[in-house]
Write a protein that binds this ligand. Structure first.
Ligand code: S3P
Length: 177
């Protein structure tokens, strides 16, 4: 899971954590717990974009399209170049566009929260409305979509420096890495 070539030394970057992974895996839920436990400031990248833009992610997708959102996301991410002492929960696609995973690995520690498609399905079913990429799919289509997207995105997610599996987590999972 490690890619040493363009990574700054790990120990120095422990206070700059990028939590990545598919939607619904629990990045925000666990991110808040781990940030508190490690005494880091917690941020949610999607929330930052919504606050800055004064509208929801769904509205940005609907009105401006995905490519526009991805550029906002990259710009929001790069705000963390100057920050320290943070854990940021990134949107599900953040690691997979604009070479962002490489940027994260140069500027901090990336952690991939991985989960199986059925686990993800059970988590996103309740919150479809907030997620523009899946809002219009029925349950069967949704499982197929998750399987396909996960396969497409894993080459990016797997460039993370650390891996945690979403169904075996506790308060100390991150500090034990
Ligand atoms: C997206 C995931 C969402 C949000 C946007 C796009 C994706 O974040 O950034 O809807 O491409 O997977 P969550 O992973 O927090 O749901």
């Amino acid at each position: 899971m490690t890619n040493e070539t363009d990574n700054a030394p790990l120990e120095k970057l422990r206070d700059k954590i990028f939590l990545i992974g598919f939607m619904g895996v629990g990045k925000t839920y666990w991110g808040k717990i781990w940030a508190k436990q490690l005494n880091l400031d917690f941020f949610d990248l999607d929330e930052m974009i919504e606050t800055e833009q004064g509208r929801s992610i769904a509205s940005i997708f609907e009105n401006e399209g995905e490519a526009y959102f991805r550029n906002l996301e990259t710009a929001a991410l790069q705000n963390f170049g100057e920050k320290k002492n943070f854990l940021v929960a990134c949107g599900g696609g953040a690691a997979c566009f604009n070479d962002n995973i490489r940027w994260m690995n140069k500027n901090g520690t990336s952690v991939y929260l991985s989960a199986s498609p059925p686990f993800i399905l059970s988590r996103v079913l309740k919150e479809k409305i907030k997620r523009p990429l899946i809002g219009k799919l029925n349950d069967t289509e949704l499982l197929v979509y998750i399987e396909q997207k996960l396969t497409e995105r894993e080459p990016f997610y797997k460039q993370a420096k650390h891996l945690l599996t979403a169904d075996h987590l506790d308060t100390y999972s991150l500090s034990k890495l």
